[in-house]
Design a protein around this ligand. Sequence first.
Ligand code: MN
Length: 735
Amino acid sequence: MPIKYTTGDKAVDEKLFARYGTLVENIRAYYPVFDEERLAAAFDFAAGAHNTTLRKDGSPYITHPLEVAIIMADMALDLDSIIASLLHDVIEDTGFTYKDISSKFGETVAMLVDGVTKLTRMPYVSKEDEQMENLRKMFMAMAKDIRVLIIKICDRLHNMRTIEYHTEKKRREKSLETMQIYAPLAHRLGMARLKVELEDLAMRCLDPVAYQEITEELNVRIGDKQDFLQTVSAQIEARIKEAGINAHIESRIKQIYSIYKKMYSQHKAIFEIYDLYAVRVIVDETVDCFTVLGLIHDLYHPMPGRFKDYISTPKPNMYQSLHTTVIGREGIPFESQIRTWDMHHVAEYGIAAHWKYKQGVKEISMDERLKWVRLLLEAQQDTDAEEFIKNLRVEMFVDEVFVFTPRGDVINLPAGSNPIDFAYAIHSAVGNRMTGAKVNGRIVPLDYNLKNGDIVEVMSQASHGPTRDWLKMVRTSEARNKIKQWFKRERREENVQQGKIDFEAELKRSGIPSVIFNQDDVLQQLLRKLSFATIDDLYGAIGYGGITALRAVNRIRDELIRMNRLQSEKNTVEKVMHNIKKHQTNASGVVIEGLDNCLIKFARCCAPVPGDEIIGFVTKGFGVSIHRQDCVNVAEGHEKDSGRWVGSEWASDEKATFASGLRISCKDREGLTIDVATALAGLKVSMQSYSARTLGDGYCVIMVVVMVHSSAELNEVINKLRRIEDVLEVVRHGN
Ligand code: MN
């Protein structure tokens, strides 16, 4: 079935028809009978669609898809893939749509073309290694049908073959992309022949000087040993024939890029590379491989440690062969690869070879294809690919989604994520200011389910903040935590109010009389038990979700029960204790259990003040050091030196003041220092020291040391400071 398309230029048409003829011949080699009418229709349609477009070398655009189809046919791919290759740029570059293609050539072809188009539209900027890995994974994940990737790799191969028509800048860009994405992909799919060619083409652009040097060096060396490979091949062939084995022998010089890598990464001179020359023997049966190996080892000296059996242990990408390096008669080492034809097809075309063996089978289900990919990936075990495989197997098809920032960075999120997750994955500030989102240029609702390849743009406003609904919408814990943090910091007042309402409602449900909280000492003890300094802190925590109201009330109930039980015992003990204490009060206002008039100092790490629960530590030579019971050093020290800790209490009626350090985190603004000083003056609390330090992102930390009489007074100070505008957090800090 001849094609109808004509460019109007006879010479051009002739060239085109000749190449089309090659395509048909190549397909016939593996499909003796196929739907030639359908192929011709696809060619005519694609050629017509690209009609007026010329390639940079002046040829009609259809030359490119045609050459891509020829590469595909070299790998014996199915007719749908070949037709899709002919049409692969139609959606991208012409007015035709998915529907046009599916109605003319069927759903499979349209799906393949659409997949290639999506990969083509992916923005690409040279990236860090990790980003690169994401990008490669994204390619895998997006190409649900692996044939999409194969077409895309062939497309790139032809573009690289004709890259000289591009500008220097474009050449470099395309070559980098080829080196970073397409060659590794081809490698992972086992498509060695394409990988090698892609790398050499890219390297020629990226390091033309080295490429030239190696090529020249190789020419000189081959010139030297003009007939070396021929002689060796002939010797091997004769010996194999003698043994009655049917074999095909080919010889080659090693790939330029792999020589380059060895020279530069292993600092080797070209003569130190053993496998510069290679002879390949292809046989019919696996058993013949081992016979041939024996014959070659008999003919030449094998180099120790250079034999590898990839037949028993295939490479991760399913590659199988026997490798051995031997020393030829002239003292030149060469590598010998021995494999069967089946192994050869897999070695050259990897995953694409799969379709060769499926010929005649009309429809391969999606599952069947994915099963193949999975098997291939599961077979991969070497360290290089391990991480890739692990991620791929776990996340490739179900658990992960890859999306882009408008700048082209890949963001990797769990499947089911929405634009809120995306925004917080970039930065908490981006999430906190988010007002809406655009995906691929269109405004979407915030709960939009992100899909692979989406380009996500966050719309924002400086004064905006998250809403509580977001907590229910987000998929990632990262986003959830950042939203909670925001409520904790930015909405303290609101949180305290909300928390108070929740807490009181829960309290009412539980039947605990709220009058309990009017007794300050009971309240303090309960709060301590819950690890909050003030009741507002507790409300705040309930408000931002740090603790649930139910949990807080339950713990309060437990504590009240315990307190009641202890009360009666305590009353008797206290009376006795009081008498002892009287005699042991010392000048610092602290009573040490069993110690009289000892030297007292207050630990700087926690700076206790009256009202704090305290404990003493008998130091070596400096008397007793007083810590707060909740000081970290107490918790740690208790395990080591339990014998040196002595019970301590505050003596009553002390008028002394105590230094206590406070750490105030706040948003930086003018006048903050004055507000802090005014607040302290209002409470008649004196300041012993003051220092402030900006954190550079609009936040600052103020350290003050205040003089107070008791922990109650200190709490009052803390509460007052917290109420100052832009103060985010006030914590005790030693002194
Ligand atoms: Mn293309």
